[in-house]
Design a protein around this ligand. Structure first.
Ligand SMILES: [Zn+2]
Length: 361
């Protein structure tokens, strides 16, 4: 049997899928696909890549699990049940999603929320080599993607008390910052929010920030910073990608970039109806290697899959059938000369360093 390394995945949109598509992730991804086989869901969101069986088999032991709602001005599709017109609505959706993670953990002991160092230790202990599969636990670290559910800067304290540990200020633009498709700086409220977050010791996620706001945030934030799911612009030549300079600035702050194995983020011009075979798994290794090359280190890159965030099995490299197959990156990285220790760092160690720095005692 091949040895599998622990994976920490820095971005999965789990609660959004539970709410919008009714996905029950205590099932396997394959069971979710069967249940949706004669529904329009695969057309909207792709076939599921995530499920409990696949997380366990793939040794995906820690996940940054998002709270995510869509601004109504984005003209969401008719199936979209989580649009928000104002901060109150954004708050309500994110709040319900956070409650869903707690309910998931109550309903199925495999899942645990991680809010402290002790919680992280308890989850990691279940991944020791002598433990059996049924003993393993999947730890969820709540990550708010887009900060509009924070009604005013001081109110982030309530979210922290309820377990949110990581906040990204933007998706598109928010009250706090310019974002994807909506360029702009940090707003005065954005600067205030960063101050409160730093006082609480929260982790700042720079993904989706507009370039101007990105530089302001990476320069001014006094706490731990990451980009949970952002590919280099060489692979994603839009404002959603990170320039080499943006990556280097984050690395100088000790941060980590999560690479997304989504074909549109790996091959410029790839469209969702194009054959997935056009983007091999090697492209994911190329993106990981690029971050290592430009930062001169393996310390600033990890995986931030963004599964099942608006795409599915149809839209990822053909070697990936489910999240379990992220393990295949191990052999591919070894083939490029990465050592076993370096692969462990990319799979888990770099994100664990961030959590050690950013989680409370
Ligand atoms: Zn995103």
């Amino acid at each position: 049997m091949t040895t599998r390394s622990l994976i920490v995945d820095a971005h999965e949109d789990i609660a959004f899928n539970m709410h919008v598509f009714g996905r029950d992730y205590t099932n396997s991804a394959l069971a979710i696909r069967q249940r949706e086989a004669r529904t329009p869901i695969p057309t909207h969101n792709g076939n599921a890549l995530l499920g409990k069986t696949e997380w366990l088999l793939g040794h995906v032991g820690v996940i940054f699990a998002t709270l995510f709602a869509v601004p109504a001005r984005h003209a969401p599709a008719a199936w979209e049940t989580q649009p928000y017109h104002d901060a109150r609505e954004a708050y309500a959706h994110a709040s319900a999603q956070l409650d869903s993670y707690y309910r998931l953990a109550e309903r199925d002991e495999t899942f645990r929320l991680i809010g402290t160092q002790a919680d992280l230790d308890a989850v990691l202990e279940t991944w020791a080599e002598d433990r059996d599969l049924p003993d393993r636990r999947i730890g969820l670290v709540p990550l708010m993607e887009g900060a509009d559910p924070i009604i005013e800067p001081e109110q982030v304290e309530e979210w922290f008390e309820r377990g949110v540990r990581i906040v990204g200020l933007a998706w598109e633009g928010t009250a706090y910052a310019g974002g994807t498709h909506e360029p702009g700086p940090l707003t005065p409220a954005g600067y205030q929010l960063l101050e409160v977050m730093a006082d609480l010791g929260m982790i700042l996620d720079l993904s989706h920030l507009a370039e101007e706001a990105y530089y302001q945030a990476v320069e001014s934030y006094e706490g731990v910073t990451i980009a949970s799911h952002s590919n280099p612009r060489r692979f994603l030549p839009t404002s959603r990608g990170l320039s080499d300079d943006m990556i280097r600035r984050l690395a100088e702050r000790g941060g980590v970039v999560g690479i997304v194995p989504y074909n549109r983020f790996l091959k410029p011009g790839w469209q969702r109806h194009d054959p997935r075979q056009e983007v091999p798994l090697a492209a994911v290794v190329d993106a990981i290697d690029h971050v290592c090359q430009i930062t001169g280190s393996v310390e600033h890159v990890g995986i931030g899959s963004d599964f099942d965030g608006g795409f599915g099995v149809e839209h990822v490299p053909p070697e990936i059938d489910t999240v379990t197959d992220l393990q295949k990156l191990g052999d591919r990285l070894a083939g490029r000369g990465f050592t076993p220790d370096q692969i462990d760092q990319i799979f888990a160690g770099n994100w664990l360093r961030i959590l050690r720095q950013g989680l409370p005692e």
